[in-house]
Design a binder for this molecule. Sequence first.
Ligand code: ADP
Length: 450
Amino acid sequence: MSAKLRLTLWVTFMVLVVSAMVLVFVLVINRHSLPEDPAEYLVEVVMDNASDVEFDRGNFEWNEMTVYKRGVYCSFYNTNGDLLLSADKEDMDFSDEPFKENTIRTVTSGDKEFYLYDRYVDMEVTGLWIRGVVMTDSHVGITNVILRLTVMILPIILIITFLGALWISSRTFKPIEKIVATANSINDADDLTDRINLKRGPKEMKQLARAFDRMFERLEKLFEAERQFTSDASHELRTPTAVILAECDRAKRKAKIPDDYRESIGHIETQGQRMSDLIEELLGITRLQQGTEKYPLKKSDLSEFITLSAEEFVPSEKRGIRLETEIEDGIECSFNPSLMSRVVYNLLQNGYKYGKENGYVQLKLHRDGGDAVITVKDNGIGISEEDKGKIWQRFWQADSSRGTEGGSGLGLAMVKEIAELHGGSVDVESTLGKGSTFTFRIPCGEAAEA
Ligand code: ADP
């Protein structure tokens, strides 16, 4: 469950708890101050009236009297039983009932049942009968009213609270979603130029977004500096390496050179050649990453291109391995030929290098939906589960005991860059000791054209 929803539910629940507590509190107070029993309340109203009776110069002060209060009706009679004052209420005329002081009686009128209570107030010169009537099932207290109101209003309050809390928490968490989305897009696209740029939102979120943006900026500069360094360094190393190689070549051709020197120069030349290859690969990969060199994609027949690349491929060591190909015809796709031949070369070369002696390397091309898929499979040493994630890093090589001598650790990093440049991906499935299958996939459908 998202933090947003959790917070909203918590606030709503708390409002429900507080409302329930207030309700209980009100009901308890109400129960103590107002009787719920109609008979009890009837006596209370009549007694109140009785204590308020005033007789002045032959007249009663009626304005002090209560004729109706919460279901209780009062009538006033003189000592002869003549009605002096009453609430106008049909089907509640109990004038014919004889007066009986201080007893609560049950009487019926029509199909209704009433409590009747009489009280006589003696004013010396005259007297006053006060008769109170209330229906036996009358709700004299306000408990019911409160409960009914609660049932009607509480759901509305809860809905408003829920929506309000959801709205506020959505607004509060929106910046976090933006931060996560930017961080993910930077991660997925490997593009450090993206920024959160939060304009609206709580102050703390803006501070957090700014801190992230500063961090991305710093990372971008660091990565850029690293790429620039690799590019500059390899560029600068190119010339001296070329000079070393040329000098080795010249020295070896001299007739008078002793054999010992010839051997040493041979070693220098081999290592110089390795250095030169490495520099070329490094330059290639940094150019790809920096985007300094343009690699235009051309729409052409990928099937034909892969067939040709396989035919032209010469492994650095054959080791009795046979190359098997299975290429689906007529796959049209947009790709850069020089980069694509690099992919085929690197994957096949690895297949031969890490394949089983006298084993096989299979190169396949097929269409999968809108994608073109190249797979290179060998039955060689395989890659451990732990190493699978690392093989795409620059300069990473499994330990040298596995016969990786001669490699640079740059081949697969380059393949990955090329896949991304084509809007595709590369993946590996491998079992240690059994072999590996590399799957290189690029989009070829309408999406790729777009
Ligand atoms: P290298 O020049 O070392 O081959 P790569 O980038 O091509 O550099 O490969 C990186 C590492 O991945 C290799 O050193 C090797 O350990 C491992 N690797 C690559 N291809 C295979 C394969 N087909 N089978 C087993 N291991 C492989």
